[in-house]
Design a binder for this molecule. Structure first.
Ligand code: UD1
Length: 420
């Protein structure tokens, strides 16, 4: 068991090199399975979810090595289209190996994916769309046996909701399918564009990624390439919220400013000053924070659900009352009890949280309940007075690459403790 021990209330200062995006690295690792030849993926964050994706590739017979944030994948030796149950359970993203596996081999056997518990997370949109592409799905004891008796073919698919995972899965399957696949009401997240850019560099024909209509013309095969994963916009938001709650001046290096619009607006409303030079962001958060009247999580380009908990931590210390509505997941306020234990004043009514700002948060022993909920408590602990003991940090390690080392360099008093 590992814990983070934080002595909060320190002002932080310095430069933060922003890690590569987990939500981009995972689908791109899955996409590498479609290629003949080697893919070299740079700026890959060293995270437990990335290791799980590498294990899925290895278990399928691919060669996969990771060193100094570079992953090399050779998928020529692929020989097995069954994803081990244990790896399916490790993370939600294991489901996007289904599209790649179907594209490459026409079959896949897998269980339902695990991952953060944020309420029900069905995969009905994925399966319905695959059936339109000629995939037969048979379920036995929770295991899905998928095959394509007449080959995988393109189809016109309208998603009832712009699901990120379903859009990625269909792009992966459509790339090597026969004919054209059109995805309507597609997700528009920047990570979708990153996936499309990687696939196109490998020879795929994809049009419209980043819009709500994506068209994929199936090709016979893909080759490998060298590709640099985009910076992580959720991690960027986490360190921006950290600057806000600690009243610090920080510079975030090599971000993707264009992908942060919804987030930077909110920081401005909170009275934080941001300036930009190329893709570096300087944040200056010396003034008392202001509450944000109403924040609603929405698919991109709206305010991301993944930053809801993280910003809630900072808003706990803002002057006035903030209202946050969570529209994407049913149960994404599991961090609230821990924030209240740290002195926050928050009421939750269904999918709405009302946060009345308090002068101070105080340290406490709290547990991470999920990845971003854990990041929220890390941010809260850095902005609280006294000691915070943060347990169950395996959740945080799924998305943050050694955060304590980065924070120590900025002057934070934080330590990782290994205890039996
Ligand atoms: C991705 C992100 C996750 C983020 C989420 C929403 C990755 C690895 N993860 O997750 O960090 O929080 O987008 O921005 O990129 N839904 C269905 N049926 C389906 C699929 C989804 O009902 O078949 C629902 C979900 O339950 C949820 C909503 O659609 O309520 C959004 O889910 P989706 O966009 O698919 O999220 P993920 O791809 O799982």
């Amino acid at each position: 068991m590992q814990k983070l021990i934080i002595q909060g209330g320190q002002k932080l200062e310095g430069d933060i090199p922003v890690q590569g995006a987990k939500n981009s690295a995972l689908p791109i690792l899955s996409a590498s399975l479609l290629c003949e030849g080697e893919s070299i993926l740079e700026n890959c964050p060293e995270l437990s979810d990335v290791y799980t994706a590498c294990q899925i590739l290895t278990s399928a017979g691919c060669k996969c090595d990771m060193k100094h944030h570079v992953v090399c994948v050779k998928a020529d030796t692929l020989r097995n289209s069954e994803i081990p149950e244990k790896l399916m359970q490790e993370m939600r993203s294991s489901i996007i190996f289904l599209g790649a596996m179907l594209g490459r081999t026409g079959t896949c056997t897998l269980g339902y994916p695990g991952g953060c518990e944020l309420g029900p997370r069905p995969i009905d949109l994925h399966l319905q769309a695959f059936q339109k592409m000629g995939v037969k799905v048979h379920e036995e004891n929770g295991i899905l046996f998928c095959h394509t008796p007449n080959g995988l073919h393109g189809a016109k698919i309208h998603l009832n909701f712009p699901s990120v995972g379903a859009t990625e899965n269909l792009m992966l399957a459509g790339t090597l399918a026969k004919g054209e696949t059109v995805i309507k009401n597609a997700a528009r997240e920047p990570e979708i564009i990153d996936l499309a850019n990687y696939l196109m560099k490998c020879g795929a024909k994809i049009f419209g990624a980043g819009s709500d209509s994506i068209r994929i013309q199936g090709v016979k095969k893909l080759h490998g390439c060298t590709y640099r994963i985009m910076p992580d916009r959720i991690v960027t938001a986490t360190w921006l919220a950290t600057a806000a709650i600690t009243g610090s001046n920080l510079r975030l290096l090599h971000t993707d400013v264009n992908s942060l619009e919804g987030i930077l607006d909110v920081l401005e409303q909170m009275q934080c000053q941001c300036s930009y030079q190329d893709n570096h962001i300087c944040i200056s958060a010396g003034k008392p924070l202001h509450a944000v009247r109403y924040l609603k999580t929405m698919p991109y380009p709206g305010f991301p659900t993944d930053t809801q908990a993280i910003f809630m931590a900072a808003l706990c210390k803002a002057n006035g009352s903030s209202v946050i509505e969570e529209t994407i997941f049913e149960n994404r306020f599991r961090h609230v009890d821990a924030l209240v234990k740290m002195g926050a004043d928050i009421r939750v009514i269904g999918r709405v949280a009302v946060i009345h700002g308090v002068k101070q948060l105080h340290g406490a022993t709290v547990s991470a309940t999920d990845l971003r909920g854990g990041a929220c408590l890390l941010v809260a602990g850095l902005g609280a007075t006294g000691e915070t003991v943060l347990t169950d940090i395996a959740h945080i390690d799924r998305g943050y690459d050694k955060p304590e080392i980065l924070l120590q360099k900025l002057g934070a008093k934080i330590e990782r403790i290994f205890s039996p």
